[in-house]
Design a protein around this ligand. Sequence first.
Ligand SMILES: Cc1cc2nc3c(=O)[nH]c(=O)nc-3n(C[C@H](O)[C@H](O)[C@H](O)COP(=O)(O)OP(=O)(O)OC[C@H]3O[C@@H](n4cnc5c(N)ncnc54)[C@H](O)[C@@H]3O)c2cc1C
Length: 309
Amino acid sequence: MSNDTYDVIVVGGSWAGLSAAMQLVRARRRVLVVDAGSPRNRFARSSHGFLGQDGRTPAAILDTARAQVLAYPTAELRRDEATRAAGGDGAFEVVLASGAAARARRLVLATGIVDELPDLPGLRERWGTSVLHCPYCHGYEVADGRLGVLAVGESSVHQALLLPDWSADVTLFTNGAFEPTAAQREALATRGVRIEPRLLAGLVGDAPTLTGLRLRGAGGGPDGGEVVALDALFTASRTRMASPLAEQLGCAFDDGPFGPVIRTDARKETTVPGVYAAGDAARAPHNATWASADGVTAGISAHQSLALP
Ligand SMILES: Cc1cc2nc3c(=O)[nH]c(=O)nc-3n(C[C@H](O)[C@H](O)[C@H](O)COP(=O)(O)OP(=O)(O)OC[C@H]3O[C@@H](n4cnc5c(N)ncnc54)[C@H](O)[C@@H]3O)c2cc1C
């Protein structure tokens, strides 16, 4: 890592960060990518819907992308965690967990988010395999199976209404999270979605395989309850920032549908001039293509802010 000032430090070297870096190094700017190596979809066996890469593992896609970015002579990668960022007016400093520090004229934050999963025994160890968040990413792979939706609130009705396009066998488990209105019941019935109002005890099967959801037993205990057979369970997570850097820099946030989102303009610049943000941390809804596209915008915007008066 250089003691000189980089043109841009990109924090986060996944879908958004590598896409930003690619534009910048192709513009022959000196770029340091700092990446801790924990992309959000690392739990999934395969990534879907990313054009030209459908069905490859997330790691294989990112390995290829990283190698292609690093083939440019002005690109550098540091496997580390950025713990502090400060500065403004075209002079930023980023401190790494290893103790090293680097300076840059612009920052791109592409640090992603962390999923806070519903607290149900057996759910965490199936996340990304038989417990899924997005039918567009993984619905096709479980199509025509017995599908469940674990409600986290009223927004889960939306997920349940979509799923009949992937299977005729869909059950919404409200699990005390909300009480469907008459209009919601009617909409769900029209789509052929069953509603199971009883409380849940946990997931069943040889993890990460799922064979069913156990309902609570007599008296509300975790044992002895009936098992509803399922092949896959969809649910929504609450999300939080994976990194405190945006907050440290004084960036403004908005309340997104799943959690906080770094506020950006159409050029993906945050409310702090010279600091750009892209990917799941700076948008909702989320997927790898959107993260990559926003990374392209952030990279080009950062470059043009350096090049143009
Ligand atoms: C289980 C699951 C499966 C999914 N499957 C799909 C799919 O099939 N198709 C699809 O399009 N989308 C899928 N998604 C969504 C997709 O994972 C995200 O939209 C995408 O990862 C967002 O990219 P990103 O670059 O913004 O963040 P991430 O991919 O999460 O990458 C952020 C990077 O920043 C690093 N980082 C964070 N903080 C720091 C720091 N302080 N210092 C250094 N590095 C840091 C992290 O280690 C990580 O490498 C899935 C999501 C989940 C949860």
